[in-house]
Design a protein around this ligand. Sequence first.
Ligand SMILES: C[S@@+](CC[C@H](N)C(=O)[O-])C[C@H]1O[C@@H](n2cnc3c(N)ncnc32)[C@H](O)[C@@H]1O
Length: 298
Amino acid sequence: MTRKNLTASRLARNLSRMVRSCTPPILEKILFPKKANVGPVPPANESVAQCSVPFIIPAVPPTELWPGFEQTEVKMIPGQIRNHLWAMPENELLVLSVISRLLAPKRVFEFGTFTGASTLAIAANTDPQTRIMTLDINPENRRSHRTGVGSDIPFDYVIGESFLKTRWNSKIERLYSDARNFDTKPYEGKMDLVFVDADHTYPFVRNDTEKALQMLAPGGVILWHDYRWDDDTPECQGVTRLVNQFHDSVGECREIAGTRFAIFQSDANFRWQRQDSPGSSGPHPLAFDDQSGSREAA
Ligand SMILES: C[S@@+](CC[C@H](N)C(=O)[O-])C[C@H]1O[C@@H](n2cnc3c(N)ncnc32)[C@H](O)[C@@H]1O
């Protein structure tokens, strides 16, 4: 696809998104019959036609990752459901709820709150003592913020609207900052689960992942959304590229088959040292290189 065609198709897609966000739900069903969000899972290592970044990490069914997955009971709330391209569909909310129940994290950090559907999946399915920090752009800056694909944040919504009026709201702290400027110092080494689901272009996912590593507790888990993506969201190749690199150079990741999630589960000895700390020579002397994504010495 040429650059010109790509820009035209992006414009058409953005226009269609704008029309969709103003269309009443009943008309939307007729005008925009929903494409399956998650299709059959191609075998690991198979690349999608338009994709320049192959899906290389092993895809594993959740039942293999967590015996007992299918029998786990979870809570889901109708207020989580939103008909928007950015919103997580019900099947993935279900998987995220089960993962939250099984991992039982005490401290969680989320990049990308949006309407708070994923935040609520985690909050409603963890202990009452669990604390969840969730980060998004300050709504006052939403109009001026340029995303990684150069467009505005298109949709008028209240950050966290899915959980604000629920009994789980008190477990959740909303933080406002561009993730690039977010200081992880107060949270270093403390998070049992970090969920990465903000801007999906490579430099942003790289920023969020480096910060996830800084905040990760020994034995903690990083979960990325949109490792697998479709033609509507080519910018999510940034996630694929980053997770592939991470898998090669930091630690083994798995794609959760039947979903767009990828996961890294650290072990109890896991320690990440900040690249900017004086005399840094941690067990993972790695920095992601912007251009090639190749490993470089810290
Ligand atoms: C895909 S949505 C998150 C969806 C949400 N996790 C869910 O499942 O309901 C991405 C969110 O990330 C936020 N975002 C985008 N770029 C960001 C940045 N640089 N810093 C912080 N948040 C960002 C957007 O405002 C948006 O609300």
